[in-house]
Write a protein that binds this ligand. Structure first.
Ligand code: UD1
Ligand code: MG
Length: 473
């Protein structure tokens, strides 16, 4: 395919979304809408790529800048959104010196594929028309511009609100994806008038201008590939379609997905072969799950990495964590940013780990908080262990060297180090370093008072009986 330039229109507010967020920043399977046309333009080798921004401009620009292909985008500011024709008119300076066909994309049409554009490009070049576009037949054409034809030839695109009742019955609609020769854009956009119900400059009016002398190609595209997002229902519908594709691709790549309609996987997540995803699993962001893993029901995993053969038991929540090969996590574990669970290590129920490395083969099986720590290999962290990492102002580090054993219900007041092979007795509050191979113990010495238990029981029993007789509690 010969060279194309691209204009991505993304300045509109998207009133029908009823949102404080600009429409093109709403997400489908984890990716902002604006990323889709941007990636397509990049994939087609378009240059330059002009992105028309306006409503929520700073946020939209920030998203484009960090998106793949975004560094090459040229931003054009459309301060006042006076319609799609005005948007492209505003973009013309960014196309200076370019003379070929311009691919006009909408920021709110996410599923367009390269093949449809290539087909359009072929038809465009063959036709000699200065403009061509993709049309489609949606289930419900309401809201779209209708493609008007006479004896089969396209004569105009009429917006829904400007249609006569007869025109409104037309089922073929404009997708909002066009190829327009740069020269034609420069000559014609200046001639647009806001002579319509919205008093905007409509890009679609270029079609009737061109149709006076040319046969304008309107290529039928599959509805899903050109469907636009105008409201939240559209957003959900397109996301469901994307999800279905993602899950089918995973299955094809050897992943078992149980109750696939309940599993959600973002576009940027990946899963290795022979991994099993149980019902209700949610994989978000740039999550990478290795091969042969088991991910239990209800696990929610965001921007995390899970090594081959790891087992995540039900209802574990991971965010910015790393779980190495053959480790076991959960059920009900919470791994926060910076948690690194070493090979074959185990993190059990109601354990929260943040910014802490747990070495190979180490275990923290029950009810613990491990924050800002470095834990060596083969360490046993007993039930109810707490790293007291925060003094109200600063975070401090806890170090447990290899082969340490922490007895249950202990607190380690950071900064503190327990040396290699040392023990901490259950119920200790450790405020000083424990040397290697030592036993750290800090709790009151136990005293057993003979018979005092029985005496106490008798006293309490008598007190209760007296209260009951007196009509008290
Ligand atoms: C547009 C088409 C309609 C088509 C539909 C397909 C026009 C006049 N109508 O209608 O024929 O069926 O798309 O989805 O073109 N935008 C700007 N600046 C503006 C106005 C819009 O950048 O001043 C951007 C929006 O952010 C959006 C895109 O252009 O990304 C389309 O705008 P939108 O308001 O959604 O147009 P539709 O009413 O859907
Ligand atoms: Mg739209």
């Amino acid at each position: 395919m010969a060279k194309l330039a691209a204009v991505i229109m993304a300045a509109g507010q998207g009133k029908r979304m009823r949102s404080a967020t600009p429409k093109v920043l709403h997400r489908i399977a984890g990716r902002a809408l604006i990323r889709f046309p941007l990636a397509l333009a990049k994939r087609l080798g378009c240059f330059p790529i002009a992105v028309v921004v306006g409503h929520g401009r700073e946020a939209v620009e920030a998203e484009v800048r960090v998106a793949p292909g975004g560094k090459d985008a040229r931003f054009v500011i459309q301060a006042e959104q006076r319609g799609t024709g005005h948007a492209v008119l505003t973009a013309l300076p960014a196309l200076k010196g370019y003379d070929g066909p311009v691919l006009v994309l909408s920021g709110d049409v996410p599923l367009l594929d390269a093949a449809s554009v290539r087909k359009l490009d072929k038809a465009h070049r063959k036709s000699g028309s200065p403009i061509s576009f993709l049309s489609f037949v949606p289930d419900d054409p309401a809201g779209y511009g209708r493609v008007l034809r006479e004896a089969g030839r396209v004569t105009a695109i009429r917006e829904d609100r400007d249609c006569t009742p007869a025109e409104r019955r037309v089922c073929e609609v404009n997708s909002g994806i066009y190829l327009v020769d740069a020269g034609f854009l420069r000559r014609s956009l200046r001639r647009l008038t806001a002579d319509n119900d919205q008093q905007e400059l409509y890009l679609t009016d270029l079609v009737s201008m061109a149709a006076k002398r040319h046969s304008v190609p309107a290529l039928d595209a599959p509805a899903l590939t050109v469907a636009g997002v105008n409201d939240r229902a559209d957003l959900a519908m397109l996301e469901a379609a994307v999800e279905e594709r993602i899950i089918l691709d995973l299955m094809e790549a050897g992943v078992t997905v149980r109750a696939p309609w309940t599993v959600h996987v973002d576009l940027d997540a990946s899963v290795g072969a022979d991994t099993e995803l149980d019902p209700g699993v949610t994989l978000l962001g740039a999550t990478r799950i290795g091969r042969g893993c088991k991910v239990g029901t209800g696990c929610v995993i965001t921007d995390s990495e899970v090594g081959d053969g790891a087992v995540l038991k039900p209802y574990s929540v991971l965010d910015g964590a790393k779980v190495e090969a053959a480790a076991e996590v959960g059920p009900f574990a919470r791994l926060r940013p910076g948690a690194v669970i070493g090979e074959r290590a185990r993190v059990g129920n109601f354990v929260e780990v943040k910014n802490t490395t747990l070495g190979a083969g180490s275990k923290a099986n029950h009810l613990s908080y491990l924050g800002d720590g470095v834990i060596g290999e083969r360490v046993n962290v007993g039930a109810g262990t707490i790293f007291c990492n925060y003094d109200g102002f600063m975070k401090h580090k806890t170090v447990l060297e290899d082969d340490v054993f922490i007895g249950s219900d202990s607190q380690l007041v950071a900064p503190v180090t327990v040396g290699r092979g040392a023990y901490v007795a259950s119920g200790s509050t450790i405020t000083k370093d424990v040397p290697p191979d030592a036993l750290g113990i800090s709790r009151a010495r136990q005293e057993n008072k003979e018979k005092v238990g029985a005496a106490l029981r008798a006293t309490l029993k008598a007190r209760k009986e007296k209260m009951n007789k007196g009509g008290g509690r």
